[in-house]
Design a protein around this ligand. Structure first.
Ligand code: ATP
Length: 935
């Protein structure tokens, strides 16, 4: 049994040892597994410890990246915002105080918002913080920083002033706590009425006034046509009302009335340019109210409350006062003129108007910015302009002419212009040396006519003639007025005529024949011109000018259109004083004969300065019709030249045809001097002017001696015919050496042109050393046809000439004796040789010469001296058929020399003028301007 036991033990042992072995190997395996698990754990742990550092680095990298991008974006956006703000608030609206200056908005530009400070973002340029005020809204300030909000108020006001034309921002201050101290720097504005302070009890009145302004502007200025002044300004380019800014700085609790009015202003003011800048008083929540809270750390605007604004420092005190002083000075100096271009139609509408019924043109702006127009037609037909010197009459005439000339073509409208005062500003309407342009409508310009009333008379005669022509045409067509004539004769040329006479009272001055005839002609033109399209515009600075008219109520009654410049007297009706309180550059326009109810106030643009005017004139000149000729310019201060005189240029020897002269000359070509009196006038343009182009000279009617230019609407020459007839001699009378020489010189040179060389004799005797140079120059110019005599041989000349006349023999070649200061030869001519003295010979030549083609053109230095030479006071004078009086009084030219009633002519001697009288053709004397020395 032991074996069994043993066997059993062995088996158990074996089993145990197996089990042990198995356990051991399982343990080993487990250990191995544990080891590798631990190894894995360690690796995992190792790996795990490395992960957060990498992720963090990535996160940080990404955050840094984002921050960079965000920063760049902020910088970019801030730069753009700063640019946009600078554009929105340019110049005075946004620049720093250093270098700040006013930059008023240009026409049509909106004032835009105003800068009060800057927003600073890290790493970016400062961005201007803007607040809308003018034309946009109201500003309400609050917050603890009192000084900061004072700086904002000052900045807003100064920038507003700087963005507007002087005078177009008006401030009202209500500062009950500091009694205006907060606005002290702006005080200089009050001298121009641009700043008013309202006392502590005055808020209600101030608000009432603002509400009234708003109501008035809505009713009469915007008038339902525009929603706001801003819209009106954008559409018309004009701003008829100033901006009104009320600065309200605290005070007591508002009454119900005040509160109601303030709310109304806040609600409706901005559209009418009425604005509030308020601190210490609540404003209602309205869309136009913009708020800024100014605290110690900066300001916050309601438009972007998250951004902190750093307010600008207050503007330097000297900048505020200097700016305000400058603005006040400019306002006190008068309003800036409105631009002349406001009066003109758009370019494509120039010359489009029809003048059949009337001429209508704007002359300036009315108080509401609407144009004020002037009309000339059947009613009102004529205008009277008045105002003291320097108040703008000339400028107004330029403005009116420009406004008309840009609307009506030269076929619709013609101007004739006469200026009796000294000055040349109207000369620019005619062609000049410096500027070749002229105003195509202008037919005649007379300047410096102050002493030449004859020229005014000539214009009136010309207009009277034109009136007759029109009336005849109307009669032929069985109509009565211009509009009807134009309808029945559509191809006829019937422009309306506007004749402007500045300082017209000169024409009516005195009690002589010129004044009488001028007044009669004026009256006739005023009465009948209305229906024939001839309109008179008379201007005067002198109350006496108007009074000259007042004596003729029938004449005055025709001038229903009155234009009164500031301080004009007697232009408007008796109790109408409106002109007395008129600001500079304004006019009262009144088409009701000056009755107060017809008053219209107009602001007149500056039109007369060279640059402004010439722009328009050049434009119209380029539009002129191809056959347009420049206006005739008569300058009373200019001395005409013989070699430029059309009549001189046209002279030819007998038998040679005279070429056609149409268009020769500005005013329509020269007129052949026919020796007719000054009462003869002809239109400066038009086909019916006298004098055919194919006339020959020096023919049966004899050669003609040109003596000077006639004072008339054409540049005609005064001519003395020298046919073979008794008395065809000329006496030049007076002591004016230069004038006398000029008359003889022109006479001789013009005669010389009518004879072929060698066919006429010119004998020149000069007895006044002062005339020697001129006489010798003539002698040289006449060449071999001339002979020279002095006091030594003048006796011989006279004897030889007298003897050569021999009675009954055939006339020889023409012989002209040119005797300078012949009275000085009395000694030499007084001595008798063979029973006859030189004076006897002279008288014989004067009597008998002309029929033998021997004409004497002699200068005596006085009428009495001539009478002595002719044989004494009782001697006959009919051998002197024509004379030119220089410094000789009319009374000396008695009936012996000047036949006709009433003694001598109305002649008041004046420099470089002569009175020409040819007894064979003239009824009255003819004033001439001697030609200047020939070249
Ligand atoms: N509406 C205006 N706007 C701006 N300047 C003006 C205006 N009217 C006149 N002026 C200026 O005032 C000055 C005087 O004007 P103007 O010569 O027209 O006056 P006047 O009444 O004709 O004077 P006078 O009778 O002495 O000739 C000129 O320098 C002119 O340019």
């Amino acid at each position: 049994m032991p074996d069994v036991r043993t066997q059993l033990v062995d088996r158990v042992r074996t089993m145990l040892s197996h089990a042990l072995g198995a356990s051991r190997s399982r343990l080993a395996a487990a250990r191995t597994e544990l080891g590798s698990a631990e190894e894995r754990l360690r690796r995992i742990r190792d790996a795990a410890t490395r992960v957060p550092a990498r992720v963090g680095a990535e996160r940080d990298r990404r955050i840094a990246d984002l921050a960079d991008r965000y920063g760049a974006e902020i910088t970019r956006l801030a730069a753009r915002a700063a640019d946009a703000a600078t554009r929105e608030a340019p110049g005075a609206a946004g620049t720093d105080w250093q270098g700040w200056r006013p930059t008023p908005v240009v026409r049509g530009e909106a004032p835009g918002p105003l800068r009060i400070g800057t927003v600073h973002l890290p790493g970016s340029v400062p961005v201007p913080a803007l607040v809308p005020l003018l034309d946009a809204g109201h500003v309400h300030l609050s917050g603890a920083d009192r000084a900061g909000s004072d700086a904002v108020v000052a900045a807003l006001l100064l920038r507003s002033l700087g963005r507007a034309d002087p005078g177009s921002v008006r401030l009202v201050g209500y500062d009950p706590e500091h009694l205006g101290g907060g606005l002290a720097g702006f005080a200089p504005l009050s001298t121009a009425g641009l700043l008013t302070f309202v006392g502590p009890g005055g808020l209600a009145r101030l608000l009432d006034d603002l509400v009234d302004q708003i109501r008035r502007i809505n009713e009469t200025v915007l008038a339902g046509e525009y929603a706001s002044l801003r819209e009106l300004a954008a559409a018309t380019g004009r701003r008829p009302e100033p901006w009104r800014v009320a600065v309200l700085l605290g005070g007591d609790e508002l009454s119900r009335h005040e509160r109601g009015q303030l709310d109304r202003v806040a609600r409706t003011g901005a559209a009418c340019g009425v604005h509030l800048v308020v601190r210490g008083i609540a404003l209602p929540d309205e869309p136009d109210v913009h708020r800024a809270v100014v605290d110690g750390d900066g300001a916050r605007l309601d438009t972007c409350p998250d951004l902190l604004v750093r307010p600008d420092p207050a503007p330097p005190a000297h900048l505020v006062t200097e700016t305000c002083r400058e603005v006040a000075t400019r306002v006190n100096a008068g309003p800036p003129p409105t631009p002349f271009t406001d009066l003109l139609p758009p370019l494509d509408e120039m010359w489009r108007e029809d003048s059949a019924v009337s001429l209508v043109a704007p002359i300036g702006d009315g108080p509401q910015g609407r144009p004020v127009t002037l009309t000339l037609g059947d009613y009102p037909p004529h205008a009277l302009i008045g105002g003291p010197s320097g108040t703008g009459k000339t400028n107004l005439i330029f403005a009116w002419i420009g406004s008309l000339a840009s609307r009506y073509s030269p076929a619709e409208l013609e101007f004739y212009l006469l200026d009796f005062k000294e000055g040349v500003s109207f000369a620019r309407f005619a062609q000049g040396r410096r500027d070749p342009s002229w105003l195509p409508h202008m037919r005649l310009v007379g300047i410096n006519v102050n002493t030449d009333r004859e020229f005014g008379l000539a214009l009136l005669r010309f207009l009277a003639e034109e009136l007759r022509r029109r009336a005849d045409a109307a009669k032929r067509h069985e109509v009565t007025k211009l509009s009807e004539l134009r309808a029945v004769d559509p191809t006829g040329r019937w422009p309306r005529i506007v004749a402007v006479v500045d300082e017209f009272q000169m024409l009516l001055a005195g009690r002589d024949a010129v004044a009488r005839e001028a007044a009669d002609l004026l009256e006739d033109l005023a009465r009948r011109g209305r229906s024939q399209g001839i309109h008179l515009v008379l201007a005067s600075q002198d109350v006496r000018g108007i009074e000259a008219l007042w004596g003729r109520p029938a004449l005055v009654a025709q001038f229903t259109l009155r234009i009164a410049l500031p301080k004009a007297l007697r232009i408007l009706a008796e109790r109408n004083d409106a002109a007395q309180v008129l600001p500079r550059h304004h006019a009262i326009v009144n088409a009701e004969s000056g009755m107060a109810e017809g008053n219209q106030v107009a602001r007149i643009p500056a039109a007369s300065d060279w640059g402004t005017w010439s722009d328009l004139q050049h434009r119209l000149w380029r539009m002129r019709p191809p056959d347009a000729a420049p206006a005739r310019l008569f300058d009373g201060d200019a001395i005409p030249r013989l070699d430029e005189a059309p009549d001189f240029v046209a002279l030819r020897p007998a038998g040679e045809p005279v070429p056609a002269r149409a268009g020769d000359r500005a005013a329509g070509g020269a007129i052949w001097p026919e020796g007719v009196g000054p009462e003869h006038t002809a239109p400066p343009t038009g086909a019916d002017r006298p004098g055919g182009p194919e006339r020959t000279t020096g023919g049966a009617r004899g050669p003609v001696a040109l003596l000077g230019e006639i004072i008339d609407v054409q540049a005609r020459s005064a001519g003395l015919r020298l046919p073979r007839a008794p008395g065809r001699n000329l006496a030049v009378l007076g002591t004016g050496v230069d004038e006398a020489c000029a008359v003889l010189d022109a006479a001789a040179r013009s005669l010389r042109r009518q004879h072929r060389p060698g066919t006429a004799r010119f004998s020149i005797a000069c007895l006044d050393p002062d005339a020697d140079t001129a006489a010798r120059a003539l002698y040289e110019a006449l060449g071999t046809d001339a002979a020279w005599y002095s006091e030594d041989d003048i006796g011989e000349l006279m004897a030889e000439t007298a003897n050569g006349l021999g009675s009954g023999s055939a006339p020889g070649e023409p012989h002209y004796l040119l005797l300078y200061a012949v009275d000085a030869a009395a000694g030499q001519l007084g001595t008798s040789v063979g029973g006859r003295s030189g004076l006897d010979h002279l008288r014989h030549v004067l009597h008998n010469g002309p029929e033998r083609r021997t004409h004497t053109l002699a200068w005596w230095r006085g009428v009495a001296r001539m009478r002595v030479d002719l044989g004494g006071p009782a001697s006959r004078t009919d051998q002197i058929g024509a004379w030119v009086a220089l410094d000789v009084q009319g009374a000396e030219l008695t009936s012996a020399l000047y036949p006709g009633a009433g003694g001598g002519p109305d002649w008041y001697p004046r420099p470089w003028r002569g009175l020409f009288f040819d007894r064979s053709v003239h009824r009255t004397g003819q004033v001439i301007i001697p030609y200047g020395p020939s070249r």
